[in-house]
Structures are given as structure tokens and as C-alpha cells.
Ligand binder design. Structure first.
Ligand code: C2E
Ligand code: MG
Ligand code: MG
Length: 513
């Protein structure tokens, strides 16, 4: 028992030791397991952190790339918004910004600026006849030529189409601006070589000065534009400076355009009639109706001023219809009064001819007034016909079928294509008064007048010489074979009553006054 107790005691302590040992072992194992787990955890965390870092880096890279793309796009967009893609020149908005900044600078320095508007002459013809690709190349070459004439600090921009603008800085006077204008005209006047083709164009330039002419960007643009239009209307290929009169003209034009829109405007209008004479018999065979506008404040406004405005505003359709109706009514009054038959010639403005549905209007007015179609003549200018030959021909044929006579007014001043004369049902040519006026003093005018008469005869057309003012002119046009004449020599435009009085006089009356 004792032995077994001892044994047990021995065994017990062994067991205890064993247990302890085991305990220690377990503890150590647990500790190392915990350690391993902790290490694994740390490694996992480190891996996760690496992964996260990697992902952040990737995201950052993507973001950077995206930013770069966006910034690139933005700057490209900003560039496109401020430059003309064809010539790479600044566009109007960037140019205006520079103009504004330079105005500030020049205010501070007390210097001047010049704004030049440059518009190419005949560019439309190049585009129409040689195609847009040639037109584009031409614009690029033009932009280089203009840029070559500038000093550093000056800016050239393309405002659109064939219109360029130059900002010339640091000027002391207008001389430098006109010298630049002349240089640009010279440079653009040289032939252009495009794909082996030689092209000639010219340029019309309008110039305005800061601070002399205006103190605001938009006013400077407007002034330069006005001056440029003046250059165009004064024969092109020249340089014109803005002046205050142009501004007054714009105001007057705006005033008259508004006045033409007033419902009461037709009550301010009336017609005068100018005799047309048979040169053999010296008798009045017809009259031309000429419109007069007497404005209550502005007084008499010449038709050459208000007719183009009425065309621009579309008012010409109503005004022209009124003229036709009143003319036909008046012709009927003369007829009803038993006066000798008289052809009434009525002017038809280009816009009215194109958009006024003339065949229908004429048919309506003739039916309304009872005037025989053979007593009505319509005067149309060459430009009215040349605009759209096909449509014009249709309109003329339709009018001619109604029995109305057709005359080409101001002949010789438009872009005549002789071939159209053969094809159209035209009865008469009216030689423009600018030629008639000069027949006795200018050989050229005399040749033109006689050539027109010969041409008309070859095409079996009658000829009317307009604006005969002197006996010499009357003799010249009669000797040239011109059958009819009109002008101050025979009678100025006058009232319907005076025409009636003239017609009532004896046939051997001397019409010259
Ligand atoms: P137009 O049709 O060529 O008319 C002839 C113009 O020459 C008229 O001017 C007439 O007064 C003027 N004239 C006639 N004989 C002489 C002359 O010996 N010497 C000079 N220097 N001038 C002479 P007006 O009446 O001022 O008309 C000018 C233009 O206005 C007309 O030229 C015509 O184009 C237009 N116009 C006039 N009335 C009308 C109209 O009722 N409708 C349209 N659409 N245009 C009209
Ligand atoms: Mg006329
Ligand atoms: Mg005329």
C-alpha cells in the first residue's frame, strides 16, 4: 500500500509534472499559435494595405490620366472657342477681348489704335466657280499675307466668311493705319497660286480709330463695318476711313425704315408721270410713273434712297402693288377723259419682281381697273432678271402672255449677259441716263449708247433713251436710231393733270421746255 502510495506519490508528482509540462506545452503552443495567427493577421493586413495602396495608385493614375484628358479637351475646346479652325487665327470673340485690353493700354499710354475690317472682293465668285476647297486654301493664304504686313503686337483675326479684322496698336496718327491698309491691299492684289491655278482677288478695307471715332468695342466694330461697306460701294479694292456722316446715314436709314412701316405711310406718297416721246413724231406715246414720298418732318425723300430701304424691309411688295394699282387707275382716268392712248410704264423693283407674285398682281389689277394689258409696260432692271434667270424667265413669259409690255430699265449698268436678251420676251431696252448724259462729251459713252441701239435692233427690240437733257443729246440719240426718248429736255416728271394738259394740246406742240 505504502509502496503503491509511494508509487502513487511518485506517479502523482510525475503526473503533476507531466500535467505542468503539458500545460506549459499547450501554453507555448497556444502562444505560438497566437503568434502565428497574429503574424498571419499582420501579413494579411500588410497585403491588404499593399493591395489598397496599389488600388489607390491605380485609381490615382486613372484619375491623373482622366484629368489630363479633360484638361487637354478643355484647352482644345477653349482653343476652338477662340480660334478659327481654317486659318488658326483668333476669332471675333478673342479678337474683341484683345481689342478691349488694348484699348485699356492705349488709354494709359495716350496712344491710338486702328481697327481695320478687310473684306475680300469677288471671293464668292471663287467659291462658286472653283469650289470650296480652293476657297478655303485662298482664305489660308490671305491670312498669311495679311499677317506678313503686321508688326509684332498687332493682331489679325478672321471674323467669318471672307472678312478679316486687324488691330493695329501704338499709333500716333491715322497715317500708319492708312499705310497698313494700302500695304494689305497691295499684298492681296498680287495673284494667288492655288494648286497651280492663278487667282486674282482684291480687298475692300474699312478703318476706324480709337479713341477718335468711338470708345466702345461694339461701336468700333460697327464703325469699321460701315467704313468697309463704303469702300465696297465706292468701287472696291480701296481703303476707307470711318466718318461721322456714315453714322448719321445709319440713323437716317433706321428712321426711314421705321417711317416706312407706319400704317399712314402710303398717305404720304404720290405719283408723278414723265412723258416718253416718239422721236419721229415728237408725240407723247407713254408716261413713266415715278413715286414720290413726302415725309411730314423730313420732307421729300428721293426714291433712290427709300426704294432700296423698302426692298430691304419687304415693304416694297405693298408699295409696289399700290404704285401699280394707282398707275393703272390713272391711265384709265386719262382714257376715260378721251385723251389719246398712252402707255403707262411702271417700275418694278428687284425684290418685288422676285417675291411679289407679279403675274397674279398684274392680272388682278388689270381686272380691277379695266385697263387693257397692252397699255401697261413693266420696267425691270437687269439685276432683277439676273438674280435667278430661270424663275425670272417664267415670270416674264407669264406677264408677256397677259399682253403686258416688258422693258429693261437702266440698261448697260447691270451684269448683262447678252444671251439672256435673246431668250426672254423683252420688248424694250431703256439706255441708262448715265450714258445718254455723256454721249456728246465722252467717246466711250457715245460708243456704248450706239452699240446698245445696234444690239437692240439686231434683237428686234425698241430702244428708249433715258435722261435726255439737251438738244445735242436728243439729236445724237435720234441719229443713232433710237426711236423713243425721255428726259428733262422733253418734260420732267409731273402731275397727272399736267400730263392731261400736255396731251390735250395740239399734236405739233413743241415738247421741249
Ligand atoms: P428710273 O426708273 O430709271 O427713272 C428715271 C429717273 O430718271 C427718274 O428719277 C427721273 O426723274 C429721272 N430723270 C428723267 N429724266 C431725267 C433727266 O433728263 N435728267 C436727270 N438727271 N434725271 C432724269 P426718280 O424719279 O428720282 O427715280 C429714280 C429711280 O427710282 C427710278 O429710276 C427708279 O429706279 C426708282 N423709282 C422711282 N419710282 C419708282 C416706283 O414707283 N417703283 C420702283 N420700284 N422704283 C421707282
Ligand atoms: Mg424706270
Ligand atoms: Mg432708268
Amino acid at each position: 500500500m505504502r509502496g503503491s502510495r509511494q508509487q502513487l506519490g511518485r506517479d502523482g508528482s510525475a503526473l503533476t509534472r507531466y500535467s505542468l509540462r503539458m500545460g506549459q506545452l499547450v501554453d507555448r503552443q497556444m502562444a505560438s499559435a497566437a503568434l502565428i495567427a497574429a503574424r498571419q493577421e499582420a501579413e494579411r493586413e500588410a497585403a491588404e494595405a499593399r493591395q489598397a495602396k496599389l488600388e489607390i495608385e491605380i485609381a490615382n493614375n486613372a484619375l491623373r490620366e482622366e484629368m489630363e484628358v479633360r484638361l487637354g479637351t478643355q484647352s482644345r475646346l477653349a482653343y476652338l472657342a477662340s480660334h478659327d479652325p481654317l486659318t488658326a487665327l483668333p476669332n471675333r470673340s478673342l479678337f474683341s477681348g484683345r481689342l478691349s485690353a488694348e484699348m485699356e493700354a492705349s488709354r494709359a499710354q495716350g496712344s491710338r489704335l486702328a481697327l481695320l475690317y478687310i473684306d475680300l472682293d469677288n471671293f464668292k465668285d471663287v467659291n462658286d466657280t472653283l469650289g470650296h476647297a480652293v476657297g478655303d486654301s485662298l482664305l489660308q493664304q490671305v491670312s498669311v499675307r495679311i499677317a506678313n504686313e503686321l508688326r509684332s503686337g498687332d493682331t489679325v483675326a478672321r471674323l467669318g466668311g471672307d472678312e478679316f479684322a486687324v488691330l493695329q496698336v501704338g499709333l500716333s496718327g491715322s497715317n500708319q493705319a492708312s499705310a497698313l491698309g494700302e500695304r494689305v491691299i497691295g499684298a492681296l492684289g498680287q495673284p494667288f497660286d492655288i494648286d497651280g491655278r492663278t487667282i486674282f482677288i482684291g480687298a475692300s478695307i474699312g478703318v476706324t480709330l480709337f479713341p477718335d471715332d468711338a470708345d466702345a468695342v461694339d461701336l468700333l466694330h460697327r464703325n469699321a463695318d460701315l467704313a468697309m461697306y463704303r469702300a465696297k460701294s465706292e468701287g472696291r479694292n480701296c481703303c476707307h476711313f470711318y466718318n461721322e456722316a456714315m453714322n448719321q446715314e445709319v440713323h437716317r436709314r433706321a428712321f426711314l425704315e421705321q417711317a416706312l412701316r407706319e400704317p399712314s405711310v402710303m398717305s404720304q406718297m404720290h405719283l408723278l408721270f414723265q412723258p416718253q416721246i416718239d422721236m419721229k413724231t415728237c408725240q407723247i406715246t407713254g408716261v413713266e410713273a415715278l413715286l414720290r414720298w413726302h415725309h411730314p418732318e423730313q420732307g421729300s425723300i428721293p426714291p433712290e434712297e427709300f426704294i432700296p430701304l423698302a426692298e430691304r424691309t419687304g415693304m416694297i411688295i405693298d408699295i409696289g402693288a399700290w404704285v401699280l394699282r394707282e398707275s393703272c387707275k390713272q391711265a384709265m382716268r386719262w382714257r376715260d377723259a378721251g385723251l389719246p392712248p398712252l402707255i403707262i410704264a411702271v417700275n418694278v423693283a428687284t425684290a418685288q419682281f422676285r417675291f411679289g407674285n407679279m403675274p397674279r398682281l398684274v392680272a388682278t389689277v388689270l381686272a380691277e381697273t379695266g385697263l387693257p394689258a397692252s397699255m401697261l409696260e413693266l420696267e425691270i432692271t437687269e439685276t432683277g432678271i439676273m438674280h435667278d434667270m430661270h424663275v425670272a424667265a417664267e415670270t416674264l413669259v407669264n406677264l408677256h402672255k397677259q399682253g403686258v409690255a416688258l422693258a429693261i430699265d437702266d440698261f448697260g449698268t447691270g451684269y448683262s449677259s447678252l444671251s439672256y436678251l435673246r431668250k426672254l420676251p423683252v420688248d424694250r431696252l431703256k439706255i441708262d441716263r448715265s450714258f445718254v448724259n455723256d454721249v456728246t462729251t465722252s467717246e466711250d459713252a457715245a460708243v456704248i449708247a450706239t452699240t446698245i441701239v445696234e444690239l437692240a435692233h439686231a434683237l428686234r427690240l425698241e430702244v428708249v433713251a433715258e435722261g435726255v437733257e439737251t438738244a445735242e443729246q436728243a439729236k445724237f440719240v435720234r441719229d443713232s436710231g433710237c426711236a423713243f426718248a425721255q428726259g428733262h429736255f422733253y418734260g420732267r416728271p409731273t402731275t397727272a393733270d399736267k400730263i392731261a394738259a400736255l396731251l390735250n394740246r395740239a399734236p405739233d406742240l413743241e415738247l421741249a421746255q
